[in-house]
Design a protein around this ligand. Structure first.
Ligand code: ZN
Ligand code: ZN
Length: 335
């Protein structure tokens, strides 16, 4: 099968013919239709996350069809079913975190497109227990960004509890998906973009945000919570300053630059800072349940598999107008 392979961080991916994997016990072999590109893919390729599997096939927002089912695989799928494969690829089911409904924190977790091979390829194997059925309303392209930007964004959003005035710093894909759900649920959204990004602010307002401005500005009212999706540590104290007492700042990214120091008085008043790590299967299921009811819409830009480096490059430089989605196959059956 054809795959885009990372041999070493900070190198371009190489288009290569590699052996098609075989489904082991409990796994599905999936013929991939599309794979959306996530910021985490960039962090992996750029060497910002420790110890990736190498060589590695990146990609963890995978949409495809079941081609073959390994022994003892979860019976919720049959050959030909459409499946979504997310970032959380495997957990031990046995550690203190797994046993307390926090499998996202599992000590031995494996992650698709990071510590196990992912979706920048024609086929992938995945543990059936971690795969999702996908809502029919979405086609293979539109549904792909829901699998990480959507699910992880949703977990970050849920961490804000019942915050009514919600700030979002870094108004990219995850922010746009979550904004639609938050407005549907009656929240007010305050969108923070890069200072001076008038186009970004305008498009946030079009989604129905109560306010949009630069991350160097203060919102017109104090916020009950803020989510930071941009990988910029300096936004943490900025967001804290925009919070009302008792509010929290939720850091939704897997990697962030260092957080500058700030006076304790800005945290005082029971303000809190926390991060969101990975997702649980339950987050994924809840999100896929609510998304079609809103309905959450995605904006995408497609690239053929062999242009994954172009997609990553344009993501890195902020030139994408929607989520990049790799188009891999639209005619299941031939291998
Ligand atoms: Zn565990
Ligand atoms: Zn991701």
């Amino acid at each position: 099968m054809r795959a885009m392979v990372l041999d070493k961080p900070r190198r371009s991916l190489q288009l290569r013919d590699v052996e098609t994997p075989r489904p082991a016990k409990g796994q599905l072999l999936v013929q991939i239709a599309t794979c959306a590109v996530c910021r985490t893919d960039l962090h992996v390729v750029d060497g910002e996350l420790p110890d990736p599997k190498l060589p590695l096939i990146p990609g963890h927002q995978i949409v495809g069809r079941v081609e073959e089912i390994g022994e003892e695989a979860n019976s919720k799928f049959k050959v030909g079913d459409r499946v979504g494969i997310p970032w959380l690829g495997w957990t031990d089911g046995d550690c203190v975190y797994c046993r307390s409904n926090r499998e996202n924190l599992c000590d031995r977790a494996k992650f698709t497109g990071y510590t196990i091979d992912g979706g920048y390829a024609e086929f992938v194997v995945a543990d059936a227990r971690f795969c999702f059925h996908l809502p029919e309303q979405y086609d293979d392209v539109d549904v792909a960004p829901l699998l990480c930007a959507g699910m992880l964004g949703y977990r970050s959003y849920r961490k804000t509890g019942d915050a009514h005035r919600l700030g979002i710093y870094g108004f990219g894909n995850a922010a746009r998906l979550i904004t639609q759900i938050a407005i549907y649920e009656g929240r007010e959204i305050f969108a923070f973009t890069r200072p001076g990004d008038k186009t970004g602010q305008e498009s946030a307002r079009k989604l129905g945000t109560a306010w949009a401005g630069g991350s160097d500005e203060m919102p017109p009212e104090k916020l009950d919570a803020a989510i930071i999706f941009a990988p910029v540590g300096a936004l943490v104290p900025a967001a804290l300053r925009a919070l009302a007492k008792g509010g929290s700042v939720v850091c939704g990214g897997i990697h962030m630059s260092d957080i500058p120091s700030f006076p304790y008085v800005e945290l005082w008043g029971e303000r809190a800072i926390c991060s969101v790590a990975n997702l649980t299967r339950r987050d994924g299921e809840e999100f896929l349940d609510i998304a079609p009811r809103v309905p959450v819409r995605t904006e995408t830009e497609t690239f053929p598999l062999e242009e994954a480096n172009t997609a990553l490059g344009r993501f890195r430089s902020g030139e994408l107008s929607g989520t990049a989605v790799l188009l891999i196959s639209d005619h299941p059956g031939d291998r």
